[in-house]
Every structure is written in C-alpha cells, then in structure tokens.
Ligand binder design. Structure first.
Ligand SMILES: Nc1ncnc2c1ncn2[C@@H]1O[C@H](COP(=O)(O)OP(=O)(O)OP(=O)(O)O)[C@@H](O)[C@H]1O
Length: 251
C-alpha cells in the first residue's frame, strides 16, 4: 500500500484559548475521494487552512506528500477551490482564458519562457471541465455552475495531485450540481486526482465520496459511506450536536 498523501497526526489548533481542533488524526490515501462533514463551527475551514499552510497548528504534525509541511514547498501539487469562487459579478472584465491563466502564477517564471505550453495548459484544463466553447467568454456571463467549473480549471492548470473543494456547490442550482459531481468523478477516476470535499450536504456527499470523515472539533468518524449511513442516530447527534437524517440521493 502506498503512503497517504496527507497525514495529520495529533493536530490541535486554538484561536486564542478556544480550541477549534483537538487531537486530529486523519490520513488521506492517494486516489481517495474523501468527504469532510461537520456542523457550522466544527473546524472544517480551520483544518483546510492548516493543510494549505495558512495556519500553523500549536500541536501535532502534518505531512504532505510524505514531507513535513514545514519543509513542503511543492504547493502547486495542491489545488484549492473555495465556496466563494462562484460569486463573480456579471460584467467582471475577464475572460475564461484570463481567469484560468491566473492559476499558473506559481509556475509563471517557468511559463514565461514557454508561452505555447502555457496556452496549451489553459486549453487542456478548460477542456477537462467541459467548457472549451467558452474560452473567450466573459466569466460574468456564465451561470454559477459554469463559473465553478472555470475555477476548478484554474486550480487544474498547475496539475495538482490533491484538490480541496470547500462547499463547491453552494449557490449552484440543483440541475448543475449532478453534472458537477460527474466532473469530480472524472477527475478522481480518470485523472487520478485525490479529492477532499468539504460539504454540509450529507446526502450528496455520502452518495459520491468513497470515504467520509466527520469533524466536530475532533474526528468523530472516519470510514466508508456505507458504514456512515448505518450509524445509529445517537452517534450522528454526537457529531452534529442535534439529530439529523441521512437522505441518500441516486446518482
Ligand atoms: N479568526 C478566528 N478567530 C477566532 N475564532 C475563530 C476564527 N475563525 C474561526 N473561529 C472559531 O473556530 C471554530 C471553528 O471554525 P471554522 O470556521 O473552522 O468551522 P467550520 O466547520 O469551517 O464552520 P462553517 O461550516 O460555518 O464554515 C468556530 O468556533 C469559530 O467560531
């Protein structure tokens, strides 16, 4: 078995004296599609910020691609799509091509000398998300779902091995959500990109991810969606602080 590409060991993080994360242990194997679930304030964003190197935990260690995060420099291996990605105003003065090219900033020194390769990377990424017909379209003229695809393309131009998506379907209408998950499956299964998907949408995440981790200050569950769906209600309410029902969707 290959080593996990993310290894979180005994990580705790406090804002001033309030712990947002306590003794987190979590491993993400290469090729996983892990859904990270948790209530509001459960620490999901804090954990993502730690994985992106934006916050430094007071306790514990993190390895990314088998390297301690403090020595890790290959950040273009990690793509990030935030939930706020799809809030562009109509008329925002940038085309799809321009928006996607901003994902190359980390490699721009290299690409400055390889303009053709630069262009090809952008076109390939836009093709991968099924938006080739819109290369020269203004980003503000696209629907929320289309914009989110473009933001995924932007994160794909640097060839990430791990893609972190924070509530990527917030604000996207339901008919585009299933297409969006088709895209994620394609990236995961055909392109071998490991996915970490943060979501409140329990039903959708349990139908799509192949692993589930529940975070409410601590990791309360980490296992398969099938085992998660069979958790008794009292276990779920421990995770969420209130009772809830898992409604699975067909895909
Ligand atoms: N900058 C900050 N300063 C102080 N406390 C913070 C800060 N950011 C987050 N917190 C607190 O840390 C805890 C975890 O917050 P976090 O945003 O990581 O949770 P979350 O699971 O992402 O929530 P949501 O689903 O609402 O985005 C919460 O109690 C929150 O109030």
């Amino acid at each position: 078995m290959t080593s996990p590409i993310v290894r979180i060991q005994h990580v705790s993080y406090a804002y001033e004296s309030n712990y947002a994360l306590q003794d987190i242990n979590l491993e993400i194997p290469q090729g996983a599609f892990l859904g990270l679930l948790g209530p509001n304030g459960g620490g999901k964003t804090t954990l993502i910020k730690i994985l992106l190197g934006l916050l430094k935990p007071q306790k514990g260690t993190i390895d990314l691609f088998e390297e301690n995060i403090n020595n890790f420099s290959n950040w273009n291996k990690i793509g990030y799509v935030s939930q706020k990605a799809n809030t562009f105003n109509r008329g925002f003065p940038a085309t799809v091509k321009e928006v996607v090219s901003t994902g190359l900033t980390a490699n721009i020194g290299y690409f400055r000398f390889f303009k053709k390769q630069h262009r090809q990377k952008i076109e390939q990424a836009v093709d991968l998300v099924g938006m080739s017909a819109y290369l020269n379209t203004n980003i503000g003229d696209l629907s929320g779902g289309q914009q989110q695809r473009i933001f995924i393309a932007r994160s794909l131009v640097s060839d990430p091995s791990l893609l972190i998506l924070d509530e990527p379907t917030v604000g996207i209408d339901s008919k585009h959500v299933s297409k969006f998950y088709d895209l994620l499956h394609r990236l995961n299964e055909e392109n071998g990109i490991t996915l970490l998907l943060v979501s409140h949408d329990l039903g959708t995440i349990t139908s799509h991810a192949n692993g589930i981790a529940c975070l409410n200050k601590q990791i309360h569950f980490h296992g398969s969606p099938e085992t998660f769906a069979q958790l008794p209600e009292y276990e779920l309410s421990k995770i969420y602080g209130h009772s809830l029902q898992v409604v699975t969707h067909d895909h």
